[in-house]
Design a protein around this ligand. Structure first.
Ligand code: BG6
Length: 509
């Protein structure tokens, strides 16, 4: 983790950001707005260029106009000033390429040569693969073969210049395809050049998990099987498919959210203190957690699909009736599981995890529920139902931390009432939380890979999820169902209720 990636890299070599998939949704909604927001905050290197690459024909001007619209709709740095935009846009170029053969790269090579001539020096290059997953390996191979992306030893003559590649998700479909992708990337790139993105790691509140745990005396003493009853991790969305039906139906929630975002959160919650904050020390500890996870038994997994229902004021169709989804699809839009991290710290502590689409509220949070106090004093009094202490790490929305505890209600006698200690980012720091992609782009420019997944980490996460997918694919089982706008299927409530616990759906609002 770099300590000050927020500082402008004055005097450092110029940087070119090359965005592949430049007309796609991710570039429009996230990447261009994030780059612009970094620019207006003065966080990009003084000399930078953005090269947008996509298949369709467009002039620089036409692309800049589209990018301006995207920034107005999605940038965190608002209002967008026309003067700032004009200066930013003068650094933005568009290159048409279908990226399938060496000749297709001529335009990009020429553009990079122009940039080099214009700057009077070679820029460092951050290549962002916001393209369909099938293109990741062939594109890396093509760029390497044409000398556009070079390994560190090939750049040795150009002092301070680096080439890095950000790979979007999904990184593989299962363990073997992820391994194959890793092998192909590693054949043309050094591991230090590969930045595998999981945008949850760019969220402030996800990074705060490490700070909360290791910058405070308060929590770490409790953070183990002696005091923790169980852990819950929820990644709930109200969103449905958002036009991504074809992708999602081949993916399902296990691949889309659990293999990456949810397991990344789990590793940060469960890991041991790293030797330092450098990328490899943190990732070493995360890998150990993943390797300690015991695969759930079939009765410890609930897979479900949403039926028709209501989200807010809108009636929404069942998954099977969504565009592009076959009526007999068995794809899960919700999965809940009980996992165990079989190590010294967490022995016997269940981790209940769930992720789903079209749920009642958007909510990503971790709840650490502590064991109850001995049943001796207050619980014997009338009106005294002692609630367990909970530490809630609210990732989004209402970003913050909450501790639930018992306090004496004023008045005669003793009545213990549950109360909350709450910290929210909004009230404490009073400024908008930057988008995760801003932080991730900045860290990749700074060469800090701590917020990106290493090859063995991706491998270990797939090693957990792949057997579950295979088991499901081999079965004839139908997913359970839940109404869109609910908190999931009754089977998931039964999973946690079997040990006398229940899901915490408190969103903190
Ligand atoms: C993406 C998934 O990785 O994360 C999407 O592919 C999901 O299906 C999204 O909607 C959620 O991200 P966020 O930041 O909105 O919670």
């Amino acid at each position: 983790m770099s300590d000050a990636p927020g500082q402008r890299a004055d005097g450092s070599p110029p940087v070119a950001l090359i965005l592949f998939g430049a007309t796609g949704d991710l570039t429009r909604r996230k990447l261009i707005p994030a780059i612009y927001s970094l620019y207006v905050q003065g966080l990009l290197p003084d000399r930078f260029r953005v090269v947008a690459v996509a298949r369709s024909e467009r002039s620089d001007e036409a692309y800049r106009k589209e990018a301006f619209d995207a920034v107005k709709s999605h940038a965190t740095a608002v209002p967008v000033s026309v003067a700032a935009w004009d200066t930013f846009a003068s650094n933005l170029r568009y290159v048409q390429s279908s990226l399938t053969s060496a000749e297709d790269l001529d335009g990009l090579s020429r553009c990079l040569a122009d940039i080099r001539a214009d700057l009077g020096t070679a820029p460092s290059c951050l290549f962002y693969f916001a393209t369909p997953p099938g293109s990741f390996a062939p594109l890396a191979e093509l760029l390497a073969a044409s000398g556009i992306v070079r390994r560190p030893e090939q750049l040795a003559a150009e002092a301070g210049v680096w080439h890095r590649v950000i790979i979007e998700k999904p990184f593989g479909r299962d363990l073997s395809s992820a391994r194959e992708l890793n092998a192909r990337l590693r054949a043309v790139l050094d591991e230090s050049q590969i930045y595998r993105i999981d945008h949850y790691l760019g969220k402030e509140t996800v990074q705060n998990i490490l700070v909360l745990r290791f910058a405070n005396r308060l929590f770490e003493l409790l953070w183990n099987h002696l005091y923790v009853d169980h852990v819950q991790i929820t990644v709930a969305e109200t969103l449905g498919l958002e036009g991504r039906g074809r992708y999602f139906d081949h993916s399902g929630i296990l691949r889309d959210m659990i293999q990456n975002h949810l397991l990344q959160i789990l590793t940060l919650v469960a890991m041991e203190p790293p030797a330092s904050l450098d990328a490899d020390s943190i990732r070493d500890e995360k890998v150990k957690v993943l390797r300690s996870i015991r695969l759930p038994m079939p009765h410890e997994i609930v897979r479900a699909q949403y039926g028709a229902g209501r989200i807010g004021a809108d009636d929404v169709p069942a998954y099977a009736d969504e565009d592009g989804i076959a009526p007999e699809s068995r794809t899960d839009t919700y999965t809940a599981m009980r996992l165990y991290v079989d190590n010294w710290r967490w022995a016997g502590v269940p981790f209940y995890v769930r992720a789903g689409k079209r749920l009642a509220r958007r909510l990503t949070q971790v709840v650490i529920e502590l064991r109850p106090v001995p049943d001796i004093l207050f619980s014997r009094l009338a009106h005294c139902e002692l609630a367990p202490n909970r530490i809630t790490l609210r990732i989004q929305p209402n970003e913050g931390v909450e501790i639930t505890m018992g306090a004496k209600e004023p008045g005669a006698g003793i009545h213990v009432a549950p109360v909350r200690l709450r910290f929210t980012y909004e009230s404490e720091f009073g400024k908008a939380i930057p988008d995760a992609y801003e932080r991730l782009l900045l860290n990749a420019i700074a060469g800090d890979a701590s917020l990106f997944a290493r090859d063995d980490e991706v491998d270990a996460a797939w090693a957990i999820v792949t057997p579950l997918i295979e088991l499901w694919d081999a079965s004839e089982q139908k997913p359970a169902t839940y109404a869109a706008g609910s908190w999931g299927p009754p089977e998931a409530d039964a999973l946690i209720a079997a040990s006398d616990r229940r899901w915490c759906n408190d969103t903190g609002s």
